[in-house]
Ligand binder design. Sequence first.
Ligand SMILES: NC(=O)C1=CN([C@@H]2O[C@H](COP(=O)(O)OP(=O)(O)OC[C@H]3O[C@@H](n4cnc5c(N)ncnc54)[C@H](OP(=O)(O)O)[C@@H]3O)[C@@H](O)[C@H]2O)C=CC1
Ligand SMILES: O=C1OC[C@@H](O)[C@H](O)[C@H]1O
Length: 346
Amino acid sequence: MSQLPSIRWGILTTGKIASWYVYDLVLSRPDAKVRHIVQAIGTSDVKRGKSFAQKYCPEENPSIYGSYEEVYQDPNVDIQEKNVLCEKPFTLNAHEAKEVFEAAKQKGVFIAEAMWLRHRPLVLELQRLLHQEKAIGEVFRATSDFGSELDIPNLPLDKYYRQNALGAGSLLDMGIYSLTWVMLGLDDPGLVANREKPKILASQDHWEDIETATSAILQYPGRQGIFTSTTKASGNPDLLARIYGTTGSIEVHGGCPSLPEGFTVYPPFEGEPGGKEADSKITRGRERLYDFKAPGRGFQYQADNIALDVLNGKLESSIIPQAETIRVMEIMDEIRRQGGTRYPVD
Ligand SMILES: NC(=O)C1=CN([C@@H]2O[C@H](COP(=O)(O)OP(=O)(O)OC[C@H]3O[C@@H](n4cnc5c(N)ncnc54)[C@H](OP(=O)(O)O)[C@@H]3O)[C@@H](O)[C@H]2O)C=CC1
Ligand SMILES: O=C1OC[C@@H](O)[C@H](O)[C@H]1O
């Protein structure tokens, strides 16, 4: 008999991310900290809701509702009107995020952005190595790219990739991850001073009015983050992010920046490029590999942390506090302002 605390989720939508999330939510795993129950599903199409439940949580028997409102009204759901975990990007701009947080504060309910990357054990260990152990000395630079080739002009018009009103573009969909990687590399979570807003230099490309590529530099005093995102080409899974320190560097690898599987800590490079000897090469010393392959995609870490926050009566996530969601949104607002991407809500 399980002694774990339990929580009852209401799932809004039956799209791709909802299926990924529910799949991991009900994974059977020895490290679970919470028993996650899929209590209700809200969708525009009840038939689709039923086949979604059959496919992704066949043992859960959730209530299927033809509207999101009915999920909010279901008294058996814990993660609903009272408490919300909202998919990234949390909103389309910082102004909207502040409004939502204010509304949650007025109601006294929990709300958090589902930036699941930050909940991964891999990220927590990386932050400890970087900022507590100083495994590569003082970090002075971080880079990351998230590319996923999407044929934007030929996608159906109802896809969010085609609608600026739904946040179309690579930045809010994927760049938010490469931005997060450089922030994770550069920001010591223990130092309030590192929660400052960096100076930003940014440029964006568009197809019609849909943003298709973003490049940005974040300049902090003495350290720089360089990140890119695009829907024009897929990125290199061997190098999701690179963090440079005064005594070494770290490379992150995996499926893509939202699905990291491990990282390698390298000592500094040695040798002289184009040195005197004909066979002179740049070499590097012995690396150390950290492997974090997870069962499923890894949403379970976020689910456990959020559920424990809710069960402990917190009103915001300890991993991604509301101020951090706003800081990320403000950085993306400024990138879009410089890059010329406007949404109707701006
Ligand atoms: N954390 C992660 O790894 C991932 C996060 N995401 C994020 O999740 C969000 C959704 O992405 P994804 O699941 O891929 O999208 P999908 O297009 O697969 O699904 C979106 C769902 O949203 C619902 N919906 C509500 N209003 C609208 C509308 N106006 N137009 C279209 N759909 C609508 C529909 O559900 P229904 O008909 O059932 O009501 C639809 O199935 C995005 O914000 C994306 O950035 C996406 C992929 C991975
Ligand atoms: O959040 C995400 O992560 C994975 C990507 O493929 C997807 O487009 C994005 O929304």
